[in-house]
Design a protein around this ligand. Structure first.
Ligand code: C2E
Ligand code: MG
Ligand code: MG
Length: 590
């Protein structure tokens, strides 16, 4: 067997594989065809059979109860050999059939006529036959009718096949067909190495956007134009098969080491401009991901998964083409596993806990607040940093759960401390998705009230400032929180691009200068100038300025000199669990 699906024999086997599969609705319709043929032609027996290299499978029949037989015994084998209508008036007089078990035994066939069923590509996949237990002749009208019926059955099977295995818009074989084709090569124990290349031309959100603004016709025109361009640019050989596996996503199955590899392929597909409507075109950005595999030793769905992994790696790295890489795939799988574990940890409240880091006033030297920071003791991987697991949860529904978990536990701890006479506000970290939740401010106010606390007991640290500024929902959420009396702090200020003018649009009380700036204060004169000007300006705008990441006395002294209000950092204390923090306070003699 050849490595791919180029020759007719392999195509025929692929089509047969589909026909052999179970499909009750298809076989019910075939059954109706046999009843119709039997009645119309006035022959008691009629059946539709499919032949592979070993067996005959009867997919539908009337007056015949033989679901399967060996190819050797099958009358229809002679039809396949002849490749045209075969009429045998008396099987006992025909040496091809006279010794057949179906002539000599049940169903005692004496008359047989069979006609091949073809796919649209002209590949013979089965036979429509009529039979009788008595010798017979068949007139010209009957043979014409049999041919007509065979055309109908072929047409139906083609439509059934197209609906299941072809993409209606591009007319290319579809994803199911790709899986079947690889599966077929696997079952045939093919050791010829192959490459599966996925080509992404247009992502779903973009397709929806085009559909929304220009209608579905535009999307279909675009997909057809893309198919034609991809085909012509790739110069596919007889051996290569191109599939449509999703909207705007193609797959190419080719021999490994053929001229087609991800890089060469993406070069050929550069600068595609495809037609959408009339003379309107759009520029198409192509991403390519490929995986090489040996069919005999590969799992079909795994091959496709690896190709998808390579493609998505290319998309996320903004690389035009990438080959499958087991290491980065494993990393992503681990991240996915981690996300699942995080969901379990949040729901089972196991492994997650809060630590608290004091914030001190530089003018009085006294603690003025505590920042709650999340910790995760993973049952297998040990301690995982929030910098590692929080970005995984961001932009998933888990982020809401995570924030709620932190707030609930921080409020519980605050209640305990209030009872012990420790009266400091606690800061919690929130991201843009939290501020954007419509009910967030109301819910938080209610939770705080139920805990017997005041909104002023909580400070909300705003991470991802830029995204918050760009989101009207998040800005509205911040306003509502401020109106309800919560203090707002802006985290990590100075770590990216911050336009101070736009900051005026959100109601901030405290600005936290990022560690990256503070830690350079005494070694980089430019940082000192920036920090000095920032602190002066922020103070003039009436913000409370807190410096993060203060690790030594020298930095503390510089910040004091520059007029900074508050500091937080290892110099005073690492983030600590509640009992250790209480111990720290007892030594601070607050
Ligand atoms: P962040 O909010 O800016 O928190 C300050 C980080 O700096 C903390 O890291 C803290 O341990 C660390 N830090 C404090 N003082 C010093 C110092 O003097 N030197 C150095 N080198 N580091 C110091 P952590 O706890 O690993 O948290 C990292 C980030 O993860 C946080 O940055 C915050 O963005 C995020 N995060 C932590 N907990 C939560 C949470 O409950 N919710 C959300 N949404 N994000 C959180
Ligand atoms: Mg923070
Ligand atoms: Mg920070």
């Amino acid at each position: 067997m050849s490595g791919t699906f180029s020759n007719d024999d392999v195509r025929r086997l692929a089509a047969l594989e589909m026909l052999k599969s179970e499909d009750a609705i298809r076989d019910d319709i075939l059954q109706k065809f046999t009843l119709l043929a039997s009645d119309l032609l006035a022959f008691p027996g009629c059946f539709v059979s499919v032949l592979d290299n070993e067996n005959q499978y009867i997919k539908a029949a009337c007056c015949l109860d033989v679901p399967q037989s060996s190819l050797h015994d099958a009358f229809c084998r002679q039809v396949a050999l002849r490749d045209s209508l075969l009429i045998c008036s008396d099987t006992l007089l025909d040496p091809r059939f006279s010794q057949s078990p179906f002539t000599l035994g049940a169903p005692f066939i004496r008359f047989y006529a069979g006609i091949p069923l073809y796919t649209r590509e002209g590949i013979s996949v089965g036979t429509l036959c009529i039979t009788d237990t008595r010798p017979h002749t068949i007139d010209e009208h009957q043979s014409t009718m049999l041919e007509l019926l065979a055309g109908l059955v072929s047409g139906y099977l083609d439509a059934w096949y197209t609906a299941g295995y072809k993409d209606v818009v591009t007319q290319l074989p579809n994803r199911q067909r790709l899986l079947k084709d690889i599966g077929l090569l696997q079952r045939a124990s093919s050791f010829d190495p192959l490459t599966l290349t996925l080509i992404d031309c247009i992502d779903m959100p973009r397709a929806y956007e085009i559909a929304r603004s220009m209608g579905m016709d535009a999307v279909e025109t675009l997909l057809k134009a893309l198919t034609a361009t991809v085909r012509s640019r790739l110069h596919l050989s007889e051996e290569d098969v191109l599939y449509t596996v999703a909207t705007g996503r193609f797959a190419l199955l080719s021999r490994k080491n053929s001229a087609v590899n991800a890089r060469a392929l993406s070069d050929r597909l550069e600068h595609i401009r495809a037609q959408v409507l009339g003379d309107i075109t759009i520029d198409v950005k192509i991403y390519v991901g490929e995986v090489s595999f040996v069919p005999a030793t590969s799992q079909v769905t795994e091959v496709l998964r690896q190709a998808v992994s390579a493609l998505h790696e290319a998309i996320s790295q903004k690389q035009t083409a990438m080959a499958y890489n087991a290491d980065s795939d494993n990393r992503r799988n681990l991240n996915f596993q981690l996300l699942n574990d995080l969901a379990l940890a949040l729901r089972g409240s196991q492994g997650l806990y809060l630590v608290y880091q004091p914030q001190l006033c530089l003018h009085t030297g006294k603690p003025v607040g505590l920042e709650a920071l999340l910790r995760w003791q993973h049952p297998v991987a040990g301690n995982i940093s929030p910098a590692e697991f929080i970005p995984l949860a961001e932009h998933t529904s888990l982020m809401d759960e995570l924030t709620d978990w932190v707030i609930d536990h921080a409020l519980m701890q605050l209640r305990v401390w209030r009872k012990k006479g420790l009266n400091l506000p606690v800061s919690v970290n929130l991201s843009v998705s939290d501020f954007s939740r419509p009910e967030f401010a109301c819910d938080l106010a209610e939770k705080t009230r139920r805990a017997g606390l005041q909104p002023g007991d909580l400070t909300l640290e705003c991470l991802e400032t830029q995204q918050v500024l760009e989101s009207t929902d998040a800005c509205r959420g911040l306003d509502m929180l401020k109106q309800r009396g919560f203090r707002i702090a802006l985290d990590d200020f100075g770590s990216g691009y911050n336009n101070i003018n736009t900051l005026r649009r959100i109601p901030i009380d405290v600005i936290k200068l990022d560690r990256s700036l503070i830690q350079q204060l005494n070694c980089d004169p430019a940082c000192e100038v920036i920090a000095r000007h920032m602190i002066t300006m922020l103070k003039e705008l009436n913000y409370v300025v807190l410096a993060e990441g203060v690790e030594d006395l020298q930095t503390l002294a510089s910040l004091q000199h520059l007029g900074c209000d508050e500091i937080q950092g290892f110099y005073y204390s690492h983030p600590l669990p509640p009992d250790k923090l209480e111990h720290w306070f007892s030594h601070m003699a607050v």
